[in-house]
Design a protein around this ligand. Structure first.
Ligand SMILES: Cc1ncc(COP(=O)(O)O)c(C=O)c1O
Length: 383
């Protein structure tokens, strides 16, 4: 095994820490493969920076360092050929708050919010927080890949300024949308005069070397003017506990409204969040490359094991470290509770708008994954 493989095999013991993922099952023999954070140790450069910042001993308010702005601009240019201006950036302490902010920004202008199902649960709850109806459009499954259903979109009654909340790459189904698909979607958005909140938090987690991420807003000035793009180093480099994300909004009027929706409510990211985001973007890519190799092997291993299990139909993600499973053929009321009783804690598809499905987090050691898959397989024998 390679050194990098060993690095990801040897994870910190997160039991008895203030971990959301591991704390859910504290004192119980349940392997937590639910909420989307990684069990791995962070990149050595990030750990070093965190230790230095902790030892510095002053924990005052933060301000975005110039070097982080430059790192983001450079990264968007290098990876996506996307030229942005620095004043398009709006710093945020988290993405769930940003999804809600997008709805708050447009609560008076939009008559409704559209989103795909299944989808990361806050997409479904954010519109209702601002009394906006949420219209769910099922993703279309073709050749074991979920994507846009353009026939359904074309039949949809929309009004100008309605909001579409897009997840690209898609959590939970793991689709990295192609340039062609996104161009088609952008054309539809522009024709209907809609606005888009494009959550691209998983953009750096493409599991196939030949795949590329395309920020929706990078496709043309027209779609850019209609889009709030959300990105962050937090999923990529496993820094969600340090809350530092950003929106890219080229449309000055939309940006002004978005900032107004934040005013007095949304704090800046913490100083350490800014600092570690800066280090992650500047020095974290070698670690990320190794993490992706490890995640790809975890994905292939889990997919192959799950494919053999009676009543389960797994979908192999091309992006994200999340694996979506159709468990509707299992003769149980709640597949999620069934596997929890068998010692494996997965996310319940009903929270994503599709009961009977499950989501498995693959960002754990291979050993733990094997143990979880073994428990799942054994639990099915008596069914
Ligand atoms: C698509 C998507 N958006 C947002 C988030 C949450 O981001 P944050 O922790 O910054 O609120 C997640 C976390 O899994 C996610 O998958």
């Amino acid at each position: 095994m390679s050194n990098s493989g060993r690095f990801f095999d040897e994870v910190p013991d997160r039991r008895n820490t203030a971990s959301l993922k591991w704390g859910k099952y504290a004192g119980k023999d349940v392997i937590p493969l639910w909420v989307a954070d990684m069990d791995f140790r962070s990149a050595p450069e990030i750990v070093r920076a965190a230790v230095e910042a902790a030892e510095f001993g002053n924990y005052g308010y933060g301000k975005c360092p110039e070097s982080l702005i430059e790192a983001v601009m450079l990264r968007l240019r290098r990876l996506y050929d996307w030229e942005i201006e620095r004043h398009w950036l709006v710093w945020l302490p988290g993405m769930v708050c940003a999804l809600n902010l997008a709805c708050r920004t447009l609560e008076k202008e939009s008559s409704q919010v559209f989103t795909h199902t299944p989808v990361y649960p806050p997409f479904l709850s954010a519109p209702g927080n601002f009394d906006l109806p949420c219209v769910r459009i099922p993703l279309q499954l073709r050749n074991d890949r979920f994507s846009f259903d353009f026939d359904a979109l074309n039949e949809l009654p929309t009004k100008p300024s309605d909001l579409f909340m897009l997840c690209n790459p898609h959590n939970p189904v793991g689709t990295a949308f192609t340039r062609e698909e996104l161009e088609c979607f952008a054309a539809w958005v522009c024709e209907r005069e809609l606005l888009v909140c494009s959550d691209e938090i998983h953009c750096d987690l493409l599991l196939e070397p030949d795949l590329k991420h395309f920020p929706l807003a990078s496709l043309s000035p027209e779609i850019s003017e209609r889009t709030i793009t959300l990105m962050a180093p937090t999923k990529t480099f496993n820094l969600p506990g340090f809350g530092c994300s950003f929106a890219v909004i080229s449309n000055g009027e939309l940006r002004r409204k978005f900032k107004k929706a934040m005013a007095g409510i949304v704090p800046d990211p913490p100083a350490m969040g800014f600092g570690l985001a800066d280090v992650a973007y500047r020095y974290g890519d070698p670690w990320l490359g190794d993490a992706i190799d490890y995640l790809r092997e975890n994905r292939d291993f889990a997919f192959s094991e799950l494919s053999r299990m009676k009543g389960l139909k797994p979908f192999s993600p091309s992006a994200t470290y999340l694996l979506w499973i159709d468990a509707r053929d299992l003769p149980v009321d709640s597949p999620c509770s069934f596997f929890e009783d068998a010692g494996v804690g997965l996310s319940d598809g009903k929270d994503f708008g599709t009961p009977g499905f499950l989501r498995m987090n693959l960002a754990c050691s291979r050993e733990l994954l094997a143990q979880a898959l073994e428990r799942m397989s054994s639990s099915l024998i008596d069914l």
